[in-house]
Design a binder for this molecule. Sequence first.
Ligand code: NAP
Length: 495
Amino acid sequence: MNLPPNALWIDQDDYDVRGFSHGLYIDGRWRPSSDGRVIGVVDPSSGSVIAAVPDATLDDALAAVDAAAKAATAWRETAPRKRSEILRRCFELMVERSETLAMLISLENGKALRDARGEVAYAAEFFRWNAEEAVRITGEFGTAPSGTNRIVVDYEPIGICVLITPWNFPAAMATRKIAPALAAGCTVILKPASETPLTAYALAALYSEAGVPAGVVNVLTTTSPGPLTSAMLADPRVRKLSFTGSTGVGRTLLGEAAKHVVSCSMELGGNAPFVVFDDADLDAALDGAMIAKMRNAGEACTAANRIYVQSGIHDAFADGLRERMAALKVGPGMSADTECGPMITRKAVDKIDRLVKDAVGRGAKVLCGGSIPEEEGFFYPPTVLSQVSPDADMAHEEIFGPVAPITRFETEAEAIMHANNTEYGLAAYIYTRDVGRGLRVASRIEAGMIGLNRGLMSDPAAPFGGVKQSGLGREGGQHHGIAEFMEAKYIAVTF
Ligand code: NAP
């Protein structure tokens, strides 16, 4: 296999990442942090450290802004067709290297290989989609109502972008931002999550190989994300912050960006309701629930966090879900037959345990799972709870794990009331054979995305994003995603 110089590489036989060179990726070069400190990367299946990446300092962050600024003019003036072809090449290389990338994701994040393969395919699609979008950016032209002049509207790249991503989709959350930003003509600095930096660096090497010029994409890891982000946002050359992560950190960053009136896109936390009506196709609803709950072992912002089931179908659904969840094979993500890998950290396992104990303390019944296993690694078993009180903490907080809490309801109005009883509004799922009811309920649920008789909605061709405290703006979709990285310029013309 032909590897670019300095690429991170995992050996397909023993998955050993030690010894492969990697560093901060700034101005097309790999470098250590300016004070030489590193961050350990942990395999969640065993709890052991498998690699180390540099811990960037303020100087490193400002060097990344300098590099992005230096590359900005040439990149925005690169012909859209050329930018498109480079993005297309990124897509092709990701597809060619998909198995290796999937293993790397699985290794550092812990997710089952089958989930990691799905993530790579999804992540690569953002390059294909935005390669197509790059040559379709159009403006507007019209006559002013007064008739005195023409109105020309041009769309320009917004400028240097700071991109911050979480650990749960280390490839896709990065490409969902990088691909539209590059298509729009922007240069970027990516700060991936400290838990999963290896995928971000491996992809940086791949972009370079695909022809992305030095300085257009810069990647840095740090244990001081707050101070470094503040410093980058304070630099007047930085015009955009695109963040995916928790609502709490999103709020803090909105405050930081407000100080300098920096444009923000925010993809934040979720608390998705999964509503099953009596007339639903039971098997389809169970299949959908398994996808909506268990993709990524429940570590997804769109994960079904609260399952509301109407009385007439409740017992059959609860029984079916228990059977399917209990049958899942739990194990290290890298094992071929694993269906549910470990959680990202011990802290995440402890949070899930706290939420389950709280629900049980308020009367929930454990149908399967429900306690931390005694083995190394950060595992939590697939768990189904019934009779979960609407007051339980897990009805209001993201579980972010393989726990399916079921609550019974009687009427459509009650289901809608439960669904909207949250500060979040990212995703929701509805199962019913009555399409009229499905669309009516969809229009009343406060969420940016609805799966109607579907347990999966993520698609680069559709606008992804939330309402309420789940976020601001959209990623993907026809011109939605790219528009986040552009500014309209109005030119009044007399001729
Ligand atoms: P997080 O704690 O908010 O961290 C997300 C990113 O922000 C990481 O890179 C983190 O760096 C960085 N960060 C933390 N504090 C910061 C600060 N003060 N200033 C600047 N950056 C800071 O979230 P997470 O635990 O990684 O991810 C899970 C959350 O993301 C969940 O709430 C999930 O719902 C949400 N999410 C949302 C979407 C969506 O599309 N809406 C998609 C995926 C995930 P460190 O890793 O170094 O701490």
